[in-house]
Design a protein around this ligand. Sequence first.
Ligand SMILES: Nc1ncnc2c1ncn2[C@@H]1O[C@H](COP(=O)(O)OP(=O)(O)OP(=O)(O)O)[C@@H](O)[C@H]1O
Ligand SMILES: [Mg+2]
Length: 260
Amino acid sequence: MQKENQDIVVAILIGSLFILLFGFVAFMVMINYFRRKRKLLLEKEKQEAYFKQTLLEAQLEMQEHTFRIISQEIHDNVGQILSLAKINLNIITIEQKENESFHTIKDLVTNAIGELRDLGTGYYADRLVEEGLIHAIRHQLQQLNKTGLFTTSFESEFESLPVEKNKIIFLYRMVQEVLNNVVKHSGADKVSIHIFKKDDEVHIQVSDNGKGFVKSSAGFKPGIGLSSIQQRALMIDATADISSIPGTGTTVNLIFKQII
Ligand SMILES: Nc1ncnc2c1ncn2[C@@H]1O[C@H](COP(=O)(O)OP(=O)(O)OP(=O)(O)O)[C@@H](O)[C@H]1O
Ligand SMILES: [Mg+2]
């Protein structure tokens, strides 16, 4: 009888040991499973981010390429037609030249050729790098001023900015989009650009006195512009602070580390 009891105790002990062992193994397998799942998830996220970045880079490169082709096409084709029109205007008879509208047409054609030259030679990569960011931004603002729709002001602590070549084109395109938005949406009559240094960082601050916007409002329609500004900033280690007050205006501040 005593022997029987002993056997039962041993059987219970061995059984408990098995259950414990089984529990331990199951626990380890589960931990391993969750670890691997997390690792795979992280890898997937990393791959997705990399894919997104590569896609954006390709898109931006393509955009630059398209800008260049369109600029050259406009310059070569429409520019040539206008130049021919100007030559023809010069060879018409003296009596016809006395007509007042002749001078108006000639002025218009001359202006159109000038405008087209600005547009045709466009600020794409090579010219930007050659002339520098400050010059290009000032020029862009002058173009706005020329429309007569805006009073513009430009202030810069720098005559030139030592910015890496590949960053110049990004920063310029960002400023261009900000100014495009001012023209398209703001209804402003004043635009200012202030470029200054603060705590070892360069700020390019573009402000308008237009109607402003609220991102969370029902009427707000997001486009590609604002998000491409944020994405471009991310890619060059810059920050784009976009603040807008309805009825007061919008300020976009592009902030990046200066490199010497
Ligand atoms: N300076 C501004 N003043 C007033 N509203 C603005 C200004 N900038 C942007 N917005 C508002 O933010 C919205 C989103 O701008 P975003 O640049 O992303 O798109 P979009 O200009 O409409 O289109 P896209 O840039 O893709 O051509 C605009 O539709 C507009 O309502
Ligand atoms: Mg836009």
